[in-house]
Design a protein around this ligand. Structure first.
Ligand code: AMP
Length: 219
C-alpha cells in the first residue's frame, strides 16, 4: 500500500459519493473528508465560519475557493490523514484541484473515481433524500426514520436538507456541470480517472471502486 492513499470521488450531487466514501473509509482505514459535512457542521454550530457560509449553502451555490482550500489544508494536517483520505465534494473547481496538488505535494491524488449517474436519477434521489442531523445517515423519504423524523441508528433528527429543495437542486446540478465537470478532463489527462456506474446497488458500486484500487496496486 502506498504511503498515502488519497482518493478523490467525483460525481453529481446525489450520485452516492457520501455513501461510498463512508464505506471505503472503513475498508481502507482512512478518514472520509467531506467539505460539505464540515461546512454543514459549522452552520449547525453557528460558528463564525458557519455564519459566513450559511446563506451560500442554502442557495446551493459554491463557497469561495480560498475558504474551502484552507479547510482542506488544515484537515490534512490532522494526524489521521497521515495515511491519506477519501475526498468527497472536494475539489469542485480547477483552482481547488490545483491547490490539492500543492497541499499533497509528491504524494498526490492516487485515483479519481467518477460516479456516473443519469441526471433524472440524481434529481429523484436528491428530492427524496433525508439525512440524520446527528450521525449523517442517509434515508429515503419512504423509510421509517424519515417518516418518523427520528434516526433509527442514533435517535437524531432526520430532516430534508435545504439544498435538496427543487430550486437548489437545479442550481447545484448546473454548478456541477459548469465548475466541476471540467475536473474529469484534469484527472483523465493525468491518467488518474476511473469511471464507475453509480446506477447499481451500493455493494456493487463499492466492489467496482475496490477493484479499480486493487488493479492499480493501491491497496
Ligand atoms: P455537498 O454536501 O458536497 O453537496 O456540499 C454542500 C454544499 O457545501 C455545496 O452546495 C456548497 O455550497 C458547499 N461546498 C461543499 N464543498 C465545496 C467545495 N469544495 N467548494 C465550494 N463549496 C463547497
Amino acid at each position: 500500500m502506498p504511503a498515502r492513499l488519497n482518493l478523490v470521488v467525483l460525481g453529481k450531487q446525489g450520485a452516492g459519493k457520501g455513501t461510498q466514501c463512508k464505506r471505503l473509509a472503513e475498508t481502507y482505514s482512512i478518514p472520509h473528508v467531506s467539505t460539505g459535512d464540515i461546512l454543514r457542521a459549522a452552520v449547525k454550530a453557528d460558528s463564525a465560519l458557519g455564519r459566513e457560509v450559511a446563506a451560500v449553502l442554502e442557495a446551493g451555490a459554491l463557497v469561495s475557493d480560498d475558504l474551502v482550500i484552507k479547510l482542506v489544508e488544515a484537515r490534512f494536517e490532522e494526524p489521521d490523514a497521515a495515511r491519506g483520505a477519501l475526498l468527497d465534494g472536494f475539489p469542485r473547481t480547477l483552482a481547488q484541484a490545483e491547490a490539492l496538488e500543492r497541499i499533497l505535494g509528491d504524494d498526490g491524488v492516487k485515483l479519481c473515481v467518477d460516479l456516473e449517474v443519469p441526471i433524472e436519477l440524481v434529481t429523484a434521489r436528491l428530492s427524496s433524500r433525508r439525512v440524520c442531523q446527528e450521525c449523517g445517515s442517509i434515508y429515503r423519504d419512504t423509510d421509517i426514520s424519515a417518516i418518523s423524523g427520528t434516526c433509527e441508528k442514533c435517535g437524531g433528527d432526520v430532516i430534508q436538507r435545504a439544498d435538496d429543495q427543487p430550486d437548489a437542486i437545479h442550481k447545484r446540478l448546473e454548478t456541477y456541470e459548469r465548475d466541476t465537470a471540467p475536473l474529469l478532463e484534469f484527472y483523465k489527462s493525468r491518467g488518474l480517472l476511473v469511471s464507475v456506474n453509480g446506477d447499481q446497488a451500493p455493494d456493487e458500486v463499492t466492489g467496482a471502486i475496490m477493484t479499480a484500487v486493487h488493479e492499480r496496486g493501491l491497496a
